[in-house]
Design a protein around this ligand. Structure first.
Ligand code: GUN
Length: 297
């Protein structure tokens, strides 16, 4: 069997188009421009690349983009004051504080200072609780993107066995909640899971989010299963070069799986597309307007 490749790059483009269409309608019919504020503390090169990309795509979708770049030694009080200002700014509907923060800043405290209605990352404890109890919330972008691709591929996910490998607050846990919300039978596996290969072999859906390059080989995959690879790992490719690989061994897995996301070009592009979707959703909710269809959980 050769797996269908789930093209995240193309899918993300359709999500961005839907967002742009909805943004245009919000402007035309209601005079509202959704606004996203991204806060970056320090000079982490990877974070700078992400933030630039977020700003560019926000503008391309017709939205307002604001970037706050603060020095690495910014005090907690200063950062909290900025968040308070953005919470009270009616032109801003989404606030994202890029993680990781420098060590002297308390991430939980900072994230929980964001107005939950503007928390487009879905990391605020209120949104975590709402998602966990099956209520309307802001949903973390990466798992939301994975869910969209799974729904698109399968139609209904009801009754399917899903194994999520990885238990992070950003991906693993919310992914499991979303799959449960779509009536999957969900297992969260992690570094201490016994007989991990056998656990994964039971799954109709495997979501790998551990951050270990090519950790999941093809012989762990049930024939015909759908594999969503969240990992983005840079490895040595010899001759002084590097290349990006996922948490799944793509070549062997794609000979067994029914469908698989590649790295790069799978989950990655969906994350920012879902950030834009969340910003529009937040804007609509704040104004009591109909939410865009197909862009929320
Ligand atoms: N750093 C890496 N991924 C993310 C994300 O999804 N949101 C935020 N805020 N920071 C990140």
């Amino acid at each position: 069997m050769t797996a269908t490749i789930i093209d995240g790059k193309a899918f993300a483009a359709t999500v961005r188009e839907k967002v742009a269409t909805h943004v245009a309608r919000l402007k035309d019919e209601h005079g509202i421009t959704p606004g996203l504020a991204v806060v970056l503390v320090g000079e982490d090169p990877a974070s700078q690349v992400y933030v630039r990309s977020k700003g560019k795509q926000t503008v391309e979708a017709g939205m307002k983009s604001v970037e706050h770049k603060l020095p690495a030694d910014t005090s907690e009080a200063h950062l909290l004051a900025l968040i308070d200002e953005l919470n009270n700014d009616s032109s801003i509907h989404g606030i994202l504080v890029q993680l990781p923060l420098p060590k002297h800043l308390n991430e939980d405290l900072v994230i929980n200072a964001i107005n939950p209605a503007k928390d487009v990352d879905g990391f605020h404890i209120s949104n975590v609780g709402l998602l966990g109890t099956g209520q309307k919330s802001m949903v973390p972008c990466t798992p939301l993107g994975c869910l969209m691709m799974l729904r698109d591929h399968h139609g209904s996910l009801s009754g399917l066995d899903a194994v999520v490998i990885g238990r992070s607050n950003i991906v693993g846990k919310p992914m499991a909640q979303l799959l449960l919300g779509d009536s999957c039978t969900v297992t969260i596996a992690h570094s201490r899971t016994k007989d991990l290969p056998d656990v994964v072999r039971r799954a109709d859906i495997v979501v790998a989010a551990v951050g270990r390059p090519q950790m999941v080989p093809g012989d762990w995959i049930k024939p015909g299963a759908t594999v969503i690879d969240v990992g983005i790992n840079r490895i040595d490719a010899g001759a002084g070069k590097t290349r990006l690989v996922g948490d799944v061994e793509f070549d062997s897995a794609s000979r067994v799986a029914g469908a698989i996301t590649p790295v790069p070009g799978g989950v990655g592009p969906m994350t920012i597309a879902c950030l834009l979707a969340n910003t529009v959703t937040a804007c609509c909710r704040m104004h009591g307007l109909a939410e865009p269809e197909g862009l929320t959980a």
